[in-house]
Design a protein around this ligand. Structure first.
Ligand code: PLP
Length: 390
């Protein structure tokens, strides 16, 4: 007899379910972090379409090795760290998108004897679930000054103080760029300090690289934090996702890059975890990314398409700010100061609920996915938010 108490639903997917079951023709979703075009539709990048044509029906559906496709991993490393970086200490394993990479990384930390892992407050909700699921304790470090969301700045003094308070051998998850949910990233100088403290304290660092290209519009500029870690002598892990920047959400394609003088042993340990969990990774998504990154023409197309997605989001940020300033008579500058796919609007939970009554959906924290905003729904979103904050 299976007997269990009810399991709480994941908040992001629960919100999506509420949205889907809302019969209102006026409903708008700013919940889930997936890119939509200016008509509100999911996008298949044209470089991905071309890659699919090249792969065609000839694609062999054989098992990949446990570590994944070697050529895909080589191209993924190049993209992650930037051309010309010294990658002699780097070994990689393919993962089930960003989530699967975090899973392998956290299980590895557990194997290394790590007891506790910290992520930013706030962060992507799954960081906590993944950490606990790997048998680790979970805690948070300061990120934003949550008392003043209308001037979203990193509370850097307390962030550093929290890192200083961690014990040798504890783990820390840092988002490489386009921080979810706040849209606020550390500056170059702040990254340098973070790298220094992580090294001095002997922390296990996991860089969560889910939005490369979405923060600035340029994949190479967005790898700044990763390159800062690479130029230190630290061991660290980078979990890359190709869900957002290739629009391959459902293909589950990603990679973990291990930087260490013992990177081969580390990847071997991760291969053992992978083998005992899902055996080997799916092939089609990595074939697509490999085909795009391996062709100079398709790669150029991809870089310009990522730039276009990112600049559509930036133009929506400006439009939201202007509309809300017009409607409320107060400053919404924080919306354009933030970067990446998300905006932490600063709305209280009560204001979020008022929006939901009007069929405009965002997370309880007030986070909207700016990618869900377009010229067709902008007016209504801003009208509803404007009324909710009155
Ligand atoms: N990390 C962060 C910060 C995210 O926001 C997400 C997705 O929303 C992921 C990792 C993992 O995404 P995926 O498993 O779809 O690659």
């Amino acid at each position: 007899m299976f007997s269990l108490p009810p399991t709480p639903e994941d908040p992001v997917f629960a919100l999506n379910r509420l949205f889907t079951s809302d019969p209102s023709p006026l409903k708008i979703s700013c919940g889930i972090g997936a890119y939509r075009d200016n008509s509100g539709n999911p996008t298949v990048l044209s470089c991905v379409k071309k890659a699919k044509e090249i792969i065609g029906a000839e694609s062999q559906n054989e098992y990949l090795p446990i570590a994944g496709d070697a050529e895909f991993l080589r191209l993924s490393r190049e993209l992650c760290f930037g051309d010309g970086s010294d990658l002699s200490n780097v070994e990689s394993i393919q993962s089930l998108s960003g989530t699967g990479g975090l899973y392998l990384s956290l299980k590895l930390l557990k194997k290394l004897g790590c007891k506790k892992v910290y992520a930013s407050n706030p962060t992507w909700g799954n960081h906590k679930s993944l950490t606990l699921n790997a048998g680790l304790e979970y805690s948070t470090y300061t990120y934003l000054d949550l008392s003043n969301l209308k001037t979203p700045e990193i509370d850097f003094k307390n962030l550093i103080q929290d890192l200083e308070g961690m014990q040798k051998g504890e783990g820390v998850i840092l988002q490489a760029c386009g921080h979810n949910p706040t849209g606020v990233d550390p500056s170059e100088g702040e990254w340098e300090e973070i790298v220094e403290v992580c090294g001095r304290k002997g922390l296990y660092v996991i860089l969560d690289n889910a939005y490369q290209g979405f923060a600035s519009g340029s994949p190479s500029s967005d790898s700044l934090s990763i390159r800062k870690f690479l130029s230190s002598s630290l061991d660290f892990l980078v979990c890359c996702s190709y869900a957002k920047n290739f629009g391959l959400y459902g293909q589950r394609v990603g990679a973990v890059h291990v930087v260490s003088s013992e990177s081969k042993n580390v990847v071997d340990a991760m291969k053992q975890i992978a083998r005992a969990t899902y055996s080997n990774p799916p092939k089609y998504g990595s074939d697509i990314v490999k085909t795009v990154l391996g062709s100079s023409e398709l790669r150029e197309d991809w870089i310009s398409e990522v730039g276009e997605m990112s600049s559509r989001i930036k133009s929506m940020r400006l439009a939201i700010r202007e509309k809300l300033e017009e409607k409320t008579g107060t400053s919404w500058k924080h919306v354009t100061d933030q970067i990446g796919m998300f905006s932490y609007t600063g709305l209280s939970k009560e204001q979020v609920m008022k929006c939901r009554e009007e069929s405009v959906y965002m997370l309880d924290s007030g986070r909207i996915s700016v990618a869900g905003v377009n010229e067709g729904n902008l007016e209504r979103i801003c009208e509803v938010i404007g009324k909710a904050v009155e």
